[in-house]
Design a protein around this ligand. Structure first.
Ligand code: PEP
Length: 253
């Protein structure tokens, strides 16, 4: 039996205006069990991070950024630095989300530099990785996961969290089956053991992301190597996200 505390993380992407974000955060905070056995993380768009973090101070939810720049500061219009996220109340940051990899052509080297910068600033990175549909159809899933994980081998802090998010399942309504997700997670834990040793691999929290909903969360979270979820669409609805958090908590009980 692992002692990994499950994580339920909500990626709000470029959604919600300020009042909506505050109402959602408040609804989630009110709906959470007081002694929750789940770490609940919210990733608002950068302009909303500070106000959401302030509203949640003292509540059992933490806030993170959706991205960061690999450099400490400088002439990078539109980007956000690790220290600015820290000053805004973030404790976590997403790195290498597939929408960053595709919309902004982020490659493994840049993703690794971002993980290093996050660790340097004391932010806990969630490394997002996963194969495209074409890569799965070409049976290259494990090769892609290997490459994306190995890229951060030398820079990842011990607290690194990894989110396996098959690109074909993100925002599509199509979820990996528990068998597909477990196979990918088992591979990632084995590779983590080769890179960082057995103890760290055993402690590594591996989240699944890709159209997680209240009805598929219970079956996915029962898989041995799934330690929680990174949730997009369903995290914008308090009732749905609370049901997913509850499923994570039930698995930890
Ligand atoms: C995500 O954006 O990380 C994600 C998993 O989105 P969705 O849950 O909407 O598929």
């Amino acid at each position: 039996m692992s002692c990994r505390v499950p994580i339920a993380a909500g990626n709000w992407k470029m959604n919600l205006r300020r009042d909506q974000a505050l109402a959602l955060a408040e609804g989630l905070a009110r709906g959470l069990a007081p002694q929750g056995a789940v770490e609940v993380l919210l990733f608002p768009a950068h302009p909303l991070v500070e106000v959401v973090a302030a509203a949640l101070r003292g509540r059992p939810l933490e806030v993170g950024g959706q991205d960061l720049h690999p450099e400490e500061w400088g002439a990078h219009t539109g980007d956000v630095s690790a220290w600015q996220l820290v000053d805004s109340g973030c404790t976590w940051v997403l790195v290498g989300h597939s929408e960053r990899r595709s919309d902004h052509a982020e490659g493994d080297e840049l993703v690794a530099a971002k993980v290093a910068r996050a660790a340097d600033a004391g932010l806990l990175p969630i490394l997002c990785l996963g194969e495209t549909l074409a890569e799965r159809q070409q049976e290259r899933t494990l090769e892609v996961l290997d490459r994306q994980l190995t890229a951060v081998a030398d820079v990842a802090p011990t607290e690194l969290v990894v989110a396996y998010e098959p690109v074909w399942a993100i925002g599509t309504g199509e979820t990996a089956s528990p068998e597909q997700a477990q196979a990918a997670h088992e591979f990632l834990r084995t590779r983590a053991g080769e890179l960082w040793g057995a103890t760290r691999a055993d402690q590594l929290r591996l989240l699944y992301g890709g159209s997680v909903k209240p009805d598929n969360a219970p079956d996915l979270i029962r898989c041995e190597d799934i330690d929680g979820f990174l949730v997009g669409g369903a995290s914008l609805d308090a009732e749905k996200f609370l049901a997913i958090i509850h499923a994570c908590g039930a698995s930890a009980a």
